[in-house]
Design a protein around this ligand. Structure first.
Ligand SMILES: [Zn+2]
Length: 376
């Protein structure tokens, strides 16, 4: 059995993972350290999805695993604007987004810790995932969502039996409301809670196996709170420590130019950026003005040799239409990373292997996509 510990990034305090802590007593972010390298030689052949990597996930007892069949998403090839690349189909996850990886591990561990009720804030996808896994575990779940959340995502959360609190104003205000409510309870936040990233790291493991025990050269991911990006970073770093790959893929974080605090920080070379004012974007999933792990996201991108880039709304709309024409129906936030591939690929070598993701399903945002089609 692997050993895991919670560690504070600021005061270096170590906390046992048997404690349901989502932040340090000093107020800072916690991370999870795995005290051994993952060994891919003895993976169970009879197990699919993220629990194939159970030995490298922080859930001790088999009976605490809460699963809806997450992970094991296809990797498909795509040709857009004269460039070939591969895309991980995370929209095929049980609730329609990659957030299921994180929610599965977080809720499983919460069950192991005896938690009966979780609180989360979300622009939609994380709320849907948390609501679904909480339902599966028989836990109560309350989600704080911004007023402007896509109606389809609200219906989905309600179907899972979650209690929904609509918060007037921005995504940030929903996060603040959840944080206030979580003061005494268990905050299942996909940005604060480090267990979430232990789930999203499995995308690195899966890519490693799907690419014949190698890593891609370039990884292009959407970035709001950075839940997928940081998970991929953690997973690939573990693979380096295990001696399985020589180096990290260069990680490109793609934001909407309407809301790009990470790009502003990269330009100013400081976190948080000064004088940053977010504007409305159709990519609601990454409309995050001040990601709590912003500093970590920038570290990950820099360490990998990648960059933060931003795409215009019209590039996001074109990507949705171009993907539809190839048979893929994805939400605007997912089209952001594909538009990002278009942005960065002219500067890449032709032989470099690029991987991106479809982060969420188009059915979650059919109203927004209808508006794009009507305009086109
Ligand atoms: Zn601390």
């Amino acid at each position: 059995m692997m050993n895991f510990a919670l560690m504070c990034g600021r005061c270096r305090k170590k906390i046992s993972l048997s404690q349901p802590a989502w932040r340090c007593s000093c107020g800072s972010l916690l991370d999870i350290q795995m005290e051994k390298e993952p060994d891919f030689r003895f993976l169970p052949g009879n197990r699919q999805g993220i629990w194939r990597y159970r030995a490298f996930l922080p859930v001790d007892r088999e009976e605490n695993i809460v699963s809806l069949g997450e992970g094991n998403t296809p990797l498909v090839s795509l040709d857009l604007n004269g460039r070939s690349f591969q895309v991980k189909m995370e929209q095929c996850s049980p609730t329609g987004s990659f957030k299921d990886r994180g929610a599965a591990v977080l809720i499983s561990k919460a069950k192991e810790q005896g938690i009966r009720k979780v609180v989360e804030d979300s622009s939609g996808n994380a709320g849907c995932a948390m609501a679904a896994y909480a339902a599966r575990a028989g836990m109560e779940c309350r989600v704080y969502v911004p007023e402007a959340t896509s109606p389809a995502k609200l219906v989905q959360m309600r179907a899972y039996g979650a209690q929904i609190v609509l918060v007037p104003g921005s995504r940030q205000q929903a996060a603040d409301a959840a944080l206030a409510a979580a003061g005494s309870g268990y905050y299942a936040s996909h940005s604060w809670n480090p267990l979430f990233f232990q789930g999203t790291k499995t995308i690195a493991y899966e890519l490693f196996e799907q690419l014949g025990h190698t890593a891609p050269d370039v990884l292009v991911l959407p970035a709001g709170n950075g839940t997928l990006l940081l998970g991929a970073w953690i997973g690939f770093k573990e693979l380096i420590r295990a001696g399985a790959i020589p180096r990290l893929p260069r990680i490109y974080a793609v934001q909407s130019s309407q809301c790009s605090p990470l790009l502003a920080a990269q330009i100013q070379n400081r976190w948080p950026p000064q004088d940053f004012i977010p504007k409305q974007t159709i990519a609601e999933g990454i409309a995050v003005a001040s990601p709590v792990r912003g500093c970590q996201i920038l570290d990950a991108v820099r360490e990998s040799g990648g960059e933060v880039v931003a795409v215009e709304e019209k590039e996001i709309r074109s990507a949705i239409l171009a993907l539809g024409a190839q048979g893929y129906f994805v939400e605007p936030t997912a089209a952001v990373s594909i538009a990002g591939v278009g942005r960065i690929s002219p500067a890449l070598q032709p032989e470099e292997r690029i991987v991106s993701v479809f982060s969420g399903h188009g059915l979650k945002a059919s109203n927004a996509i209808a508006a794009i089609l009507d305009e086109a």
